[in-house]
Every structure is written in structure tokens, then in C-alpha cells.
Design a protein around this ligand. Sequence first.
Ligand SMILES: Nc1ncnc2c1ncn2[C@@H]1O[C@H](COP(=O)(O)OP(=O)(O)O)[C@@H](O)[C@H]1O
Ligand SMILES: [Mg+2]
Length: 276
Amino acid sequence: MTFFRDASASESSLSFDTREPGPDQRWSTWPASSPTERGPLPHPDWLVTSAGAFDTELGVVKTGKEADVFLIERAVPDTPGCLLAAKRYRGADTSDFHRSGQYEEGRKLRRSRDQRAVAKKSSYGRAVSAGHWAASEFAALSAAYAAGVPVPYPVQVSGTEVLLEFIGDGRVAAPRLAQTRLRGAELDDALGQVREILCAFSRAGLAHGDLSAYNLLLHRGRVVVIDLPQVVDLAANPTGVDFLHRDVKNVCEWFARRGCTVDADEVFGEVIAQLW
Ligand SMILES: Nc1ncnc2c1ncn2[C@@H]1O[C@H](COP(=O)(O)OP(=O)(O)O)[C@@H](O)[C@H]1O
Ligand SMILES: [Mg+2]
């Protein structure tokens, strides 16, 4: 059966689009998603929202233990498109959700059947967990973005997939801070940006929960934070401040090893002061 889709519904045209997605393509998931599955308003200008767009998978950015990241181009053929990162949480195959219990205080799965399945680590449970982590990361990215923390724009979430602004030059992903060879003034500047990021999280009542030089990208001199599924709500989680402290320690120790003069206790004081 052939599916037809009106590529220009909003332009009051009677013509139908008979194109079919190729093997590495799908119809853009944007038109089918609900407003709550879309990123914060206003949607950025660069984002392609046309119902006639295809998502083309261009390759793998990185495979991980809990999720894989793919490079996607969303475009109406023959018009300029936008590049997106698709982070897909592993579902029913293999996955290590060892982090769940630790971070779940103050955040409960609503349906008890889901709760039991996750606890038993059944394949249904793993699929629930994957969807849960995707929804969790999307919510955290949206909150961080709204609070002015430099994160990739969260475009969409659907099921186990989060679509994000791709941070890179052309099709090449920006390096993780840990992969860079920053020294001297450039390193000091990056430290200044990371201190501001820690403060911005704290002002928003959040802790990243897994901040390290691997979850910070350096893009044209600007530090961007990624990997937020385990973001901790400082008001709801009784041990939230411990996560904030660990984030501060992790990044300060990394900068100190690279030769920066930085006092983690002083930074923690500055970060905590933002809470009030
Ligand atoms: N929005 C993005 N733009 C460019 N690269 C990204 C983006 N999000 C993730 N990546 C790349 O994918 C890697 C894994 O993503 P991350 O969110 O840290 O997942 P995890 O560490 O849980 O596997 C990152 O280290 C980075 O190299
Ligand atoms: Mg990571």
C-alpha cells in the first residue's frame, strides 16, 4: 500500500506528495508529535518544521552503554535542512541501568506495573526504563535551556529517542572538553564558563548529576553541556546537594590536573550561594 502525505497542508494546496522515504530515511517526526513532546517555545529559526521534510540518518556519532547517538539531517529535498543529534536509549536488548535507583529518589514511576517491571529488569522493564530516561533527559534539557544553561536545543522526544540540536562544524561533532588540548588563557576561559554553568544549574534548583569533561563539548570557544538524563531536582531530592558537590569536585579536579589554579571548595561555595 502506498501512503500519501500532503506536503503543503498549511499552504492550502490540493497537490499530494507521492515521495517515499529511502532506506535511511523516515518522514520527519515533527508533525506527528504533540506540543508536550516538542522543545521550548519559541522554536529556533533554524529548525525545519515542514510536514514535507524527511529525516535522513547520516551516521553514528557515538555508541554508548545506555544510548547511541546518530547524526540526522531533517530537510525538504532540495532546500536547506538542519542537522540534529538523535540520542536513542537502548530498550529491550542490553542496557545497564545501574544508575536508576541512585537517582530516582524524589521521582517516582506512576504505574506500579511499570515500577515492578523496571525493578525486575524484564525486557518490558528495560523498554519502560529507556522511555523513562529519554523523557527524563528531554525534561531536564528543556528546564536547563529555559534557565539559560548552554545546552543543545531539545527539539523533540518520542518514545526512546531524544532529538537535539547537533553541536558541531558541518557534520563533525564538537570535541568533548576531555579531548581538547586547551592550555593557558583558553583553559582559564573554559573554566570560567564551567563555573558559570554550575552556578546556572544551581540557580535553577538543579544539579547535572554526572558532570565531567566528557559531558562538556567545546564548540567555537563555547562550552556546551550534554548528557542530562540524571539531572537532580535539588528541592525534591534530599541528597541533591551531594550531587552538586560531586559535579563541582569532578570538573575542578580535571581543570587542576590540566594546570589551572582552582579551589573546589571555593567554587562549591559560589555555586551553593546561588540557591538563595
Ligand atoms: N547534541 C550533540 N551534538 C553533538 N554531539 C553530541 C550531541 N549529543 C551527544 N553527542 C556526542 O555523543 C556522545 C554521547 O552522548 P551523551 O549524551 O554523553 O551520552 P552517553 O555518555 O550517555 O553515551 C557525546 O560524548 C558526544 O560526543
Ligand atoms: Mg556522556
